[in-house]
Design a protein around this ligand. Sequence first.
Ligand code: MRU
Length: 360
Amino acid sequence: VFEPLSHKTIEWVGGLDGHVQLVDQTLLPGEYRVMTCEDLDTLWEAIRNLRVRGAPAIGVATAYGVVLGTRQASTPQSFFEKLHSACEYLAECRPTAVNLFWALDRMRRVAEANRDARVDDLKAAMLKAAQAIRDEDAATCRAIGAAGESLIRDGDAVLTHCNAGGLATAEYGTALAVMYAAHERGRRFRVYADETRPLLQGARLTAWELAQAGVPVTVICDNMAGFLMKQGKVNLVITGADRIARNGDTANKIGTYSLAVLAKAHGVPFFVAAPLSTIDMKLSDGSGIPIEERSRDEVSKGFGRVTVPDGVACYNPAFDVTPADLIAGIVTEKGLIRPVTEARLREIFDNGSCKANKNG
Ligand code: MRU
């Protein structure tokens, strides 16, 4: 099996008394360090500060957070109290990626299904459920790759934004899964990675991953994409997603919307790749997606250098919403949704295995 990354982005090590290990993504590409989380507070901080990030990886981390938050319980009653407070705490961590809330729902439902069990069995059920979420995500990403690889033809140049790779998932990625799968099948193409201001997930993480996998990659600043398209240098755009409303409106890293508008203006097809766990069927359109706002410092002194005068305001929304009509197709583990309409989303969602975000 092709392994684009030799590490595990996030995993549980050992039994119920074990711990979470994750690659600290804030340090890449300069330093590769694996950190250990033995308690919920450490894991919460890791999610909040983007040590682990990307919607599916956030879902996996959240599930492990529930395990860490409940494993000290000594009675079923204290288990359910700890479960409640761990879920409330984790729900405050990051608002946009629906995978966080999807994972919480799923963990809660497993606990409810075991309501009459002994406390040790409840705790074991939590670890088993979290491991299943990780393992399913890995399999889902492979299926997304297989469903989307034919979008990339020999000689293409593909533009992507942020990081929707192995680092953003249990392994293999979503948007990058499509690229890895095409690469695996011997297709030759180039990737342009938007650097992705302000936190540079494209330059630091996407370029790092693709280079390791032997996929030719060129980093560009976000504001260069239009110039490249104008020159005919981009054949298609593929990004990930943090939350997709049931009409197909898609939240992803800030700057994705601008890219979709540019793609439309230049006749370049714009695709999204995401698991069904990223589709929020409760939301009729993108206007209901909560957009995370992050600190001024990320803009004014990212990576240590002051780049904005003291006292000058900065605005730092971390995500934007791309309307469905700008999206040529959504690649999921169940196939390609094309055209992007509520009816097509419903169809694939109802035939899929993921029901957690379903309305009613
Ligand atoms: O703030 P981040 O780095 O968590 O944002 C990540 C993205 O926007 C990704 O594109 C998205 O989560 C998809 S990851 C497969």
